[in-house]
Design a protein around this ligand. Structure first.
Ligand code: S3P
Length: 183
């Protein structure tokens, strides 16, 4: 198990009732791990992108098409403000959510603990090679775009997170480690 202590993690435990927020690159397993963590810890699960889609009545791709990335980010920030104020959730954020300091501040201020699911770039390139859903990846040179985004984003995920989790293993294995650590 690879846990590195982060800024706010003397014990790596969220305060009672605080949300656990999973962050990291597209394809790192935020949703698949998060769903399993919630089940193991008997908490409610919230997927931020799905929540936004339900509120908007549009898919993330449609929001990007109609409102641009900026429109999506505004919806995302509003969703963070609402979801962060609830208690005891496991939250799968989007791959871009914690790149915005206001979102990180909001999660932390309301008692959330942010976990960065760290997966090597080669594994992400493999997992994402056939993706048709993520607007940022519908480009001809996908491997290259992933590599460039990854390099820019990893330091930001690390800075936002209280704890970094080695998340290259299958989702249930990663989820069990998290549940054990945070129960
Ligand atoms: C994004 C990641 C997506 C989604 C949107 C933007 C990003 O979420 O929020 O397409 O900027 O990395 P996933 O990480 O769940 O794919």
């Amino acid at each position: 198990m690879n846990y590195e202590k982060g800024r706010n993690s003397t014990e790596n435990r969220p305060p009672q009732g605080g949300n656990l927020i999973l962050c990291g690159f597209m394809g790192c397993g935020k949703t698949s791990v998060g769903r399993r963590v919630a089940k193991l810890m008997e908490r409610r699960f919230c997927d931020l992108d799905q929540w936004i889609e339900q509120q908007a009545g549009m898919t993330v791709s449609q929001i990007f098409d109609r409102e641009g990335e900026l429109g999506f980010r505004l919806r995302e920030a509003q969703a963070v403000a609402l979801i962060a104020s609830q208690k005891g959730l496991v939250v799968a954020s989007g791959g871009g959510t914690v790149l915005y300091p206001a979102n990180v501040e909001c999660f932390h201020r309301l008692g959330g603990t942010i976990l960065f699911l760290d997966v090597p770039v080669a594994a992400l390139q493999e997992r994402l090679k056939r993706d048709k859903r993520r607007p940022l990846l519908q480009v001809p040179n996908r491997r290259q775009v992933i590599a460039e985004l990854y390099e820019k984003r990893v330091p930001l995920y690390q800075a936002a997170a209280d704890v970094t989790i080695d998340a290259g293993a299958p989702p249930l294995v990663v989820a069990k480690r998290i549940a054990q650590r945070f129960s």
